[in-house]
Design a protein around this ligand. Structure first.
Ligand code: FAS
Ligand code: PHB
Length: 389
């Protein structure tokens, strides 16, 4: 099989890139290790930055998001019983959109199927060949049959556990990592959200997050120990702990119900450099991971896709390789800003096991400074709605 761009990974990065290329008449083939249903079963991000909204519109897949998404003009930050609001729209002129990654992925799959896209599921033993030549290829197996794609370029959109990053030799790659000593236990419940806006809660017992997917589907998280497993937490225990971490007024109005999904995500900051090697380009979680505190994971995958899509479009429309040659440097400049914000916000809001009394006082002072200082709120708002591409 021959195509212009071979895309490894059928998550949001791979799908968005494929659809954007399709809109520009640039053909691609996408390989996904799992099934579409498996990909859609994963509950992940919930907040879309302005840049991702623009890309979804450019890809022609924004209609349902515009109808069903919840625009959020600000967010709430609580510390014990205190709570204050950061007004995104007043400070930046932009809002964010609350619309689950699952729905974004569903919309993208629908568009790809309508376009008659070539998508291979249950792709096994995917291997990248000759990435530094002018004739790279990808081999894989489906239903026991060996297959090969000859292509011009390869987009590694296969997430943290994919093969693309591993294709880049260790003496070329530099990896940067920070593992946090806690995780997030998240549940989904068919209950009305406790608040119209997202609440980031810091408390003596640890961090909590109150979010939502729609008016009757809530998403809640509590910081948990790395040794915890979802089955260690009954629904009742989760709700009890969440109530102890948010202000009493919200705890009193919290509508609880059975969890329809319960999972634990470990928190890590990770970046690999460079994000390209010859004609292989890494996008999204294949190249970087952030703690979900700043809602930057999916959104930083989107900015990678923006840079790669425009580099490919420039190449096929003009023959100019500048966008492709400069991809890694351009993408990493924004990746590190997202890493910084996610690290900063995580440190601000979480309890660390070995935190000293002094550390706690500094954390309280930093939250008080954010509460009282317009410039601090401006900085958070600009990062949260999404720095420019
Ligand atoms: P993905 O991991 O989504 O997709 C990669 C795809 O490649 C997968 O479908 C995988 O099956 C496939 N694949 C892997 N290896 C392959 C191979 N060898 N061959 C073919 N296909 C292969 N971000 C937020 O902003 N907010 C959140 O709250 C949030 N919560 C998260 C919770 C969890 C548990 C995880 C893991 C991530 C979370 N994220 C969150 C980050 C998440 O949203 C990612 O940023 C986003 O999924 C990135 O999309 P992709 O780069 O497409 O990677
Ligand atoms: C979510 O709704 O899943 C969500 C919202 C904000 C975050 C992380 C996750 O920072």
């Amino acid at each position: 099989m021959k195509t212009k761009v071979a895309i490894i990974g059928g998550g949001p990065s791979g799908l968005l890139l494929a659809q954007l290329l399709h809109v520009r008449g640039i053909d691609s083939v996408m390989l996904e290790r799992k099934t579409k249903d498996y990909v859609l079963s994963r509950i992940r991000a919930g907040v879309l930055e302005r840049g991702l909204l623009a890309l979804l519109r450019e890809a022609g897949v924004a209609d349902r998001m515009e109808r069903e998404g919840l625009p959020h003009d600000g967010t709430l930050i609580s510390y014990g019983e205190e709570m204050f609001r950061i007004d995104f729209t007043a400070r930046t002129g932009h809002a964010v959109m609350v619309y689950g990654q699952t729905e974004v992925t569903r919309d993208l799959y629908e568009a790809r199927e309508k376009a008659g896209a070539v998508m291979e599921f249950n792709a096994e033993d995917v291997v990248v060949h000759d990435a530094t030549s002018d004739a790279p290829s990808v081999t894989y197996r489906v239903a026991g049959q060996d297959r090969r794609i000859d292509c011009d370029f390869i987009a590694g959109c296969d997430g943290f556990h994919g093969v693309s990053r591993q294709t880049i030799p260790l003496d070329v790659r530099r990896e940067y990592e920070k593992v946090y000593p806690f995780g997030w236990l998240g549940i989904l419940s068919e209950t009305p959200p406790v608040s119209d806006e997202i609440i980031y809660a810091s408390s003596e017992r640890g961090f909590a997050l109150c979010s939502m997917r729609n008016k009757n589907l809530s998403r809640y998280y509590i910081q948990c120990d790395l040794s915890d497993k979802p089955e260690d937490w009954t629904d009742a225990a989760f709700w009890e702990e969440l109530k102890r971490r948010i202000p009493a007024a919200q705890a009193a109005t919290l509508v609880t119900g059975p969890s329809i999904e319960k999972s634990i995500a470990p928190l890590r900051s990770f970046v690999t450099e460079p994000m390209q090697w010859g004609r292989l380009f890494l996008c999204g979680d294949a190249a970087h991971i952030v703690p979900p505190t700043g809602a930057k994971g999916l959104n930083t995958a989107a900015s990678d896709v923006h840079y790669l899509y425009n580099g490919l479009r420039q190449f096929y429309e003009t023959g100019d390789r500048a966008g492709l040659d400069g991809y890694s440097e351009k993408a990493l400049a924004r990746v590190w800003k997202a890493e910084r914000f996610s690290w900063w916000f995580s440190n601000l809001m979480h309890r660390y096991p070995a935190q000293s009394a002094f550390d706690l006082k500094i954390q309280q002072a930093e939250i008080a400074f954010l509460r009282d200082n317009g410039a601090a709120q401006q900085a958070l708002a600009e990062n949260y709605v999404g720095l420019p591409y």
